[in-house]
Design a protein around this ligand. Structure first.
Ligand code: NAP
Length: 282
């Protein structure tokens, strides 16, 4: 079974559009998401464009603020302070990565926690690890939503997450743990990675290496979630971290790239924007 993140996100976006359509009558306006893009990295430009398009689809107001790559950290922090104070802004997203002269952690921490639609603010991260209410990071949230929508049983199962980044690996491991999976987190220093990944009943891969996970690394019947977004060096086409053609026959459930985790990430960003908007009205 191939889980289409594209189809699932289309359904979720239609539900959100219906919800948002009722907001002007109820609250006087729709949610407003502000995305800050520093520089013109093509991948970042394409992500930001995707976010604006998806916002429009559900009726969320989206403002993209473009800043030059040489903006100073102080100027960026001043912009964030302005948006934090603006009552017409519900969500603030700073597209990552930022240029090297800017301290990414300082910028993320400067965003009002209540407007942190990415769920990267240290207080949101702390709340996640303490099982307190918080804005969940979009990609991990989307992965759990996909597994649930596909009817995958998580509780009690062996889950292996390959990758331990703050934005994907670590939070998805925590969410799987919260769903009562037995979780192993593997990384670049893991000894005999194939032996570890073969233990997985649920395998989540977020490493950023094209087609790195081959069929011999996957157990028969495993559920495979491919987070990677890479260019296949041979064809130049988008591909995941999993060799889809080789692994798909072995997997019971698998997510494709493109059209898998990516669209669900954007969908969860919209969900988070609505959540921040509603929380500000409580
Ligand atoms: P990252 O910050 O670069 O982290 C990569 C992780 O993979 C690290 O923990 C690293 O281990 C591990 N790793 C690297 N090489 C490995 C190897 N040979 N064996 C085992 N582990 C290895 O990446 P990220 O931000 O988590 O992103 C991962 C991928 O997901 C990228 O392709 C990115 O574009 C994609 N992504 C997709 C979405 C989406 O919505 N679809 C969202 C976010 C990211 P160490 O910690 O030991 O270095």
């Amino acid at each position: 079974m191939i889980i289409s993140g594209k189809e699932l996100s289309a359904k979720l976006k239609a539900d959100m559009a219906a919800e948002v359509a009722a907001f002007p009558a109820k609250y006087g306006r729709v949610p407003h998401l502000v995305v800050i893009l520093v520089g013109d990295d093509p991948a970042s430009v394409s992500y930001v464009t995707g976010k604006a398009k998806a916002s429009a689809e559900v009726g969320i107001r989206n403002t993209t603020i473009r800043q030059p790559a040489d903006i100073s950290e102080a100027e960026l922090l001043a912009l964030i302070a302005e948006l934090n104070a603006d009552p017409e802004v519900d969500g603030i997203l700073v597209q990552l990565p930022l240029p090297g002269h800017i301290d990414q952690a300082r910028v993320i921490a400067a965003i009002d926690r209540g407007k942190d639609v990415d769920g990267f603010h240290p207080l949101n991260v702390a709340a996640l690890w303490q099982k307190q209410p918080c804005t969940l990071p979009c990609t991990p949230k989307g992965i759990i939503a996909m597994l649930k929508a596909a009817g995958v049983e998580i509780a009690g199962r062996e889950a292996v997450v390959v990758g331990r980044s703050n934005i994907v690996g670590l939070p998805v491991a925590k969410l799987l743990l919260d769903e009562n999976a037995t979780v192993t987190v593997a990384h670049s220093r893991t000894r005999d990675l194939a032996e570890v990944t073969r233990r997985a009943e649920i395998l989540v891969v977020a490493i950023g290496k094209p087609k790195f996970i081959t069929a011999d690394m996957v157990a028969e019947g495993a559920v495979v979630v491919d987070v990677g977004v890479n260019r296949d060096p041979a064809t130049g086409k988008l591909c995941g971290d999993v060799d889809f053609a080789a692994v798909e026959p072995k997997a019971s459930v698998i997510t494709p790239v493109p059209g898998g985790v990516g669209p669900m990430t954007i969908c969860c960003l919209l969900e988070n924007t609505i959540e921040c908007f509603l929380r500000r009205r409580e």
